[in-house]
Design a binder for this molecule. Structure first.
Ligand code: HEM
Length: 251
């Protein structure tokens, strides 16, 4: 069967190619994001601690360490979005009701037995690096933040909902350790995701650099993947089976 490269005309051997700005606007930024990050998504699902979680092999310590590092990352994303909330493009996706740093803070306090105990756990270099890259994206016009926000928030609203159920079933985590995935205040998730994708599409018309959003999203996936492997290594988690991709180095 012929291979369909999809609406952006790219396929897996063109990993970091992105369409030109006018082409992105024609396709729609949301569709372009999904398309260019699809190979990265396939890798992310199979990487390190996230793969352990999905297969019911994660430990409480591993998941807590992931959240400890996510806390720094989401803090950087959300500070950046607030900083640029007057920007015509960024303001479209700077939605405080989606912000997760507070929710993650409550989860890690539950898992580590208090906020102070959680803060005392050092960040991994990969988590620190991810947060630094986000902070760099917040410099200048800040449009790269849109790619970082897309990668985490739509992920939390999509596969994250499965992750939440698996964490409850396999690690017995209560709701007070799974606030990250609780978007009840947004109402029904599917209509919200549709509106979020429409906002992404509009954002591409409010910047002359929509291609920078795609590049930032691909980078965000790579930073997630590096973090997932680092967390797994740090807690001595399950080793990758032979058919898993090799761990990628620091992104
Ligand atoms: C744990 C394993 C994962 C599973 C089972 C999973 C599953 C899914 C599914 C089923 C969707 C489609 C939902 C929809 O169309 O409404 C989706 C979308 C998405 N996921 Fe994941 N995912 C996983 C991990 C991740 C990770 C680790 C990230 C980020 C690093 C991520 C980021 C995203 C994003 C950004 C989307 C939105 C794609 C789009 O429609 O543009 N996912 N995921």
């Amino acid at each position: 069967m012929p291979h369909d490269p999809g609406p952006t005309g790219r396929d897996d051997d063109q990993m970091d190619w992105v369409p030109a700005p006018d082409e992105i606007r024609r396709i729609g930024l949301a569709k372009a994001l999904r398309e260019v990050t699809a190979p990265h998504h396939r890798r992310a699902e199979k990487s390190g601690v996230i793969s352990d979680v999905v297969r019911g092999r994660a430990t409480r310590a591993g998941y807590a360490l992931l959240l400890r590092n996510f806390h720094a990352v989401y803090g950087a994303i959300e500070r950046g979005l607030e900083r640029h909330k007057a920007s015509p493009a960024v303001r479209l996706i700077a939605l405080p009701e989606m912000y997760r740093a507070g929710a993650i803070g409550r989860d890690i306090a539950t898992l580590y037995g208090g906020a102070e105990a959680a803060q005392a756990v050092p960040l991994l270099p990969e988590g620190e690096h991810y947060a630094e890259v986000v902070a760099e994206a917040a410099e200048g016009d800040g449009v790269g933040l849109i790619g970082h926000a897309y990668t985490r928030y739509l992920g939390d609203m999509s596969g994250g909902q499965t992750v939440s159920r698996v964490l409850a079933d396999t690690l017995g985590l209560d709701a007070d350790a799974r606030n990250l995935y609780d978007f009840a205040s947004l109402g029904a998730l599917e209509p919200f995701k549709i509106r979020y994708r429409e906002a992404l599409d509009r954002a591409a018309f409010e910047t002359d650099r929509p291609d920078a959003i795609l590049t930032a999203a691909m980078r965000a996936f790579d930073l997630n993947i590096a973090l997932f492997w680092a967390v797994q290594n740090a807690v001595g988690g399950a080793s990758a089976p032979a058919d898993d991709p090799a761990p990628v180095g620091s992104a």
